[in-house]
Design a protein around this ligand. Structure first.
Ligand code: ADP
Ligand code: MG
Length: 324
């Protein structure tokens, strides 16, 4: 298969029709129709083999996750996904791998009505770079800088399970070997994250700030705190519990996964106390738990405290590419 047959295969397998795509894959540029009264949210994320996923990862999972992590960024802005472009760097053309990759990508693209409108294909170490575009009504985006003193900190779903999933793949990372069902659950959380797109949209007008949790809850919450010029406090006893985590790790390891593990793709947001019930009802309507885990104060940084208010020391952590 040559480059152009490969592009045709991607086009065929990933097609999602949209009325606002005037011209998609096949010309020198795509022609797209922006939505009036909306802002265009644009985000890009790369996945590099051996850094973001093991070289042995399943092609379907790579395709799924590449889109999921990008849609998660749009979710955190409260944007509705519309279009994607894909820069694919492959060591060689492997038709079976490509079919799996496209099927994983397309499964999530169809679920969210995302049209792949173009890209670029090159030879080199396996790297997937996606740009996603979405719409948000003017002035309604959920930014990182909108939290205020007294706002509650909420997190969707459960954090830490993807990190424990990674632990399943590394020798001696788990205190207790999980049974088949737990192992499958943890690996699913690692390999097939569900971007919280509908939740992000539902939080428009309720949350004052939001971020998606990709590099660890404590570190990502720190970005809201810094951009909003505030201090954040997390209460460990308020963190959403996971029965699966409680079976594979002790309390200390659980806390590390929940607060510093990466790859959760949950949303963390700032909501004024009087809007918390509305936000939780809106999340519940989507079948998603939205848990109050702390609050914002004047100051800076992120403090983690236990039920008695004592500071809990955690190892430095949270994913950073260029840290020593
Ligand atoms: P050009 O040389 O003009 O940049 P290309 O040969 O790179 O054109 O691409 C031809 C068409 O295929 C373009 O519409 C481009 O957007 C699309 N395309 C190339 N690679 C990909 C890819 N990996 N995924 C989706 N579309 C792609
Ligand atoms: Mg090109």
């Amino acid at each position: 298969m040559a480059e152009f047959a490969l592009i045709e295969e991607i086009r065929r397998r990933c097609s999602v029709p949209r009325a606002d795509v005037l011209l998609g894959i096949g010309d020198d540029a795509a022609l797209l129709l922006p939505r009036s009264g909306n802002e265009l949210a644009v985000s890009m994320d790369s996945l590099v083999a051996g850094v973001h996923f093991p070289h042995t990862a399943d092609a379907f999972d790579i395709g799924w996750k590449a889109l999921a992590v990008n849609l998660s960024d749009l979710a955190a802005m409260g944007a509705e996904p519309a279009w994607a472009t894909l820069a694919l760097t492959l060591p060689a053309i492997d038709t079976e791998w490509l079919a799996g990759f496209c099927d994983g990508f397309a499964a999530l693209a169809r679920a969210h009505g995302v049209a792949l409108v173009g890209g670029d294909t090159t030879r080199g170490p396996l790297t997937i770079t996606l740009t996603v575009h979405g719409f948000v009504p003017a002035g309604q985006a959920l930014r990182r800088d909108g939290a205020r003193v007294g706002d509650c900190i909420l997190v969707s779903g459960v954090t830490g399970e993807a990190a424990a999933g990674l632990g399943c793949l590394l020798a001696h990372a788990l205190l207790c070997e999980p049974d088949e069902t737990d192992r499958a659950h943890l690996l699913e959380r690692l390999n097939r994250p569900i971007p919280r797109v509908a939740l992000g949209i539902a939080l428009r007008g309720l949350a004052r700030a939001a971020i998606d949790v990709s590099d660890g809850l404590r570190q990502d919450l720190g970005h809201i705190a810094a951009r909003s010029g505030l201090a954040a406090t997390i209460r460990t006893n308020c963190l959403p519990p996971s029965v699966v985590l409680s079976r594979v790790g002790d309390a200390a390891q659980r806390l590390r996964w929940q607060l510093t593990g990466g790859d959760d793709y949950e949303l963390c947001c700032a909501v004024p106390p009087d809007r918390v019930p509305d936000a939780q009802v809106a999340a519940a309507a989507l079948g998603i738990a939205l848990t109050v885990i702390g609050h914002f104060d004047a100051g800076s940084g992120v403090r983690v405290v236990d039920a008695s208010g004592n500071t809990v020391e955690l190892p430095r952590g949270g994913w950073e590419h260029f840290s020593a």
